[in-house]
Design a protein around this ligand. Structure first.
Ligand code: SF4
Length: 65
C-alpha cells in the first residue's frame, strides 16, 4: 500500500491552494469538522480498505493497493 500525490502538478497546486484558503479543511465539501480535515475521514477509511485503489475525493492523493 502506498499513498502518493496526484501526478498532475496543476491539480495538486489547486487543491493545496483550496486547502490553505480553508484552513486545512477539505475544499471539496462545505462541512467543517474533524471528519473533513485533510486527510479527511473518507480518505482515511479508503486507505484502511484493502480493496480500495484510487484518488481521494479532491484528487490530491492517490492510494495504490
Ligand atoms: S484527503 Fe483529499 S478529499 Fe480528503 S480532505 Fe484531503 S484533499 Fe480533500
Amino acid at each position: 500500500m502506498k499513498v502518493r500525490l496526484n501526478e498532475d502538478t496543476e491539480v495538486v497546486r489547486m487543491v493545496k491552494e483550496g486547502l490553505e484558503a480553508r484552513g486545512g479543511y477539505c475544499p471539496c465539501v462545505r462541512e467543517i469538522s474533524e471528519d473533513t480535515k485533510c486527510m479527511c475521514k473518507e480518505f482515511r477509511e479508503q486507505i484502511a480498505d484493502p480493496d480500495f485503489e484510487g484518488y481521494c475525493h479532491c484528487m490530491l492523493y492517490y492510494k495504490e493497493k
